[in-house]
Design a protein around this ligand. Structure first.
Ligand SMILES: *Cc1c(COP(=O)(O)O)cnc(C)c1O
Length: 333
C-alpha cells in the first residue's frame, strides 16, 4: 500500500545519519533505567525550539500521553475540557476516560474559529482546560492568531496550543510563552519523522510544569528514544529540509487536486490535505483497491460529511494517489 493515512514523514534519513544512530544505539545502556530527567534531550529540544528564556519542557511518550497527563491533572467531578469541533479526536476521548465533561464548540462552516461562540462557551462552562490544535487536525487550517489570543485571555484555566504540525506551519505560539500565565504549547516529533520513537513535549513556565511533573511516570521516555531523538535533533536541519520538501509537495498536490472535477480542497498548513468529494466512502474504497490508503472522515462528524484526508507523501506516492483518484472518479462517473 501507498500509506497516506497517518501524517507520517515519508522520507528515510540519509545513510550516514542512520549509521551514526546505529552506533549510538549499539552503545545505549539498555540494561539501565532511562534518565528520568532526560536532561540532554531537554536541552536539545529547548535549543531547536528556541524556547523563550525561563521556559522549560516536560516530555511525553508522544503528545497523546501529555494530553492524558494534563486531563488527569485537572480532572474532578464537573471539570470541563473544551475544544473545537471538528478537531483532534483524542481530546474528547481522553476527557471521557478521565471522567471530565467534554465540550466541543463548533467551528464556522469554513473551519475557522467562531470566536464569539468560544467566548460564550468559556463564560458559561468555565473550562479547566482548553485544547486548540494549531494548525488544526483534520481540517489543516491555522486558526486566526488574534482569536486564539482572545481565547487565552478569556479562559479561566489552562489553554494548550497543540502544535503537532509546527514544521509545516507559518506561525507558532512558542514566542507567546511568558506573555500569558495560562498558556502552554505542546509539540510532537511524530509528524517530523519520529512517529515510531514516541516523543512529544509540553513547553511552558516551571510553575506549571513542576506541578505536572508530579503526574508523569518517571520512565515514560525510554533509553533508546532519548538517545535517538537527541542525535536526530542535532541534525534538525535535515528534518526541516524534509519538511520543506513536504510543503512544496503540498502546494503541488493542492494545485493538481484543484484541477480534478468533483473535488473540493481546503487550504492546509499541515502535512495533509482535507478534501470533500461526492461519494467519499466509494472513493476511499476505490483508492484502497488501487493500493492507496488514505483516511475516510465521512461519518466521523457531521461537518466532515464526504470528507477525506490525505497525507502528503513523496512526489511518487502523491502521483500514485492522484492517478488512483482520477481513475476512481472516472469509474464512478
Ligand atoms: C498526531 C497528533 C497528535 C499526537 O501525536 P503523538 O504521535 O501522540 O505525539 C497530537 N495532536 C494532534 C493535533 C495531532 O494531529
Amino acid at each position: 500500500m501507498v500509506k497516506l493515512d497517518a501524517m507520517e514523514n515519508p522520507y528515510l534519513l540519509p545513510q550516514q545519519l542512520r549509521d551514526e544512530i546505529a552506533r549510538a544505539v549499539a552503545d545505549g545502556e539498555i540494561n539501565r533505567y532511562p534518565d528520568p530527567a532526560a536532561q540532554q534531550l531537554k536541552r536539545s529540544i529547548a535549543e531547536v525550539t528556541r524556547l523563550p528564556s525561563g521556559m522549560e519542557v516536560l516530555l511525553g511518550n508522544g503528545s497523546d500521553e501529555i494530553i492524558q497527563l494534563l486531563a488527569l491533572a485537572v480532572a474532578k467531578p464537573g471539570a470541563v475540557l473544551m475544544s473545537v469541533e471538528p478537531s483532534f479526536v483524542m481530546y474528547k476521548m481522553i476527557a471521557t476516560f478521565v471522567g471530565m465533561k467534554y465540550v466541543g464548540v463548533p467551528l464556522d462552516k469554513d473551519f475557522s474559529l467562531d470566536l464569539s461562540a468560544m467566548l460564550e462557551a468559556i463564560k458559561s462552562e468555565r473550562p479547566a482546560l482548553i485544547f486548540l490544535a494549531y494548525p488544526n487536525n483534520p481540517t489543516g487550517n491555522l486558526f486566526d492568531a488574534y482569536s486564539v489570543r482572545k481565547i487565552i485571555e478569556a479562559a479561566p484555566g489552562l489553554v494548550v496550543v497543540d502544535e503537532a504540525y509546527y514544521a509545516f506551519a507559518s506561525d507558532s505560539f512558542i514566542p507567546q510563552l511568558g506573555h500569558y500565565d495560562n498558556l502552554l504549547v505542546m509539540r510532537t516529533f511524530s509528524k517530523l519523522g519520529m512517529a515510531g520513537l514516541r516523543l512529544g513535549f509540553l513547553a511552558g513556565s516551571p510553575a506549571w510544569l513542576s506541578q505536572l511533573e508530579k503526574l508523569r511516570l518517571p520512565y515514560n521516555v525510554g533509553v533508546l528514544p532519548q538517545l535517538v531523538a537527541a542525535k536526530l535533533l542535532r541534525h534538525h536541519d535535515v528534518l526541516l529540509a524534509q519538511a520543506e520538501n513536504i510543503r512544496q509537495e503540498r502546494a503541488r498536490m493542492l494545485a493538481e487536486l484543484n484541477t480534478v472535477v468533483g473535488v473540493r480542497t481546503y487550504s492546509s498548513e499541515a502535512n495533509f490535505i482535507l478534501l470533500r468529494v461526492a461519494k467519499a466512502t466509494q472513493i476511499f474504497d476505490g483508492l484502497k483497491q488501487r493500493g492507496v490508503l488514505i483516511k475516510n472522515l465521512d461519518g466521523g462528524h457531521p461537518a466532515l460529511a464526504d470528507c477525506l484526508r490525505v497525507t502528503v507523501g513523496t512526489r511518487q506516492e502523491n502521483a500514485q494517489f492522484l492517478s488512483a483518484l482520477q481513475d476512481t472518479i472516472n469509474q464512478l462517473a
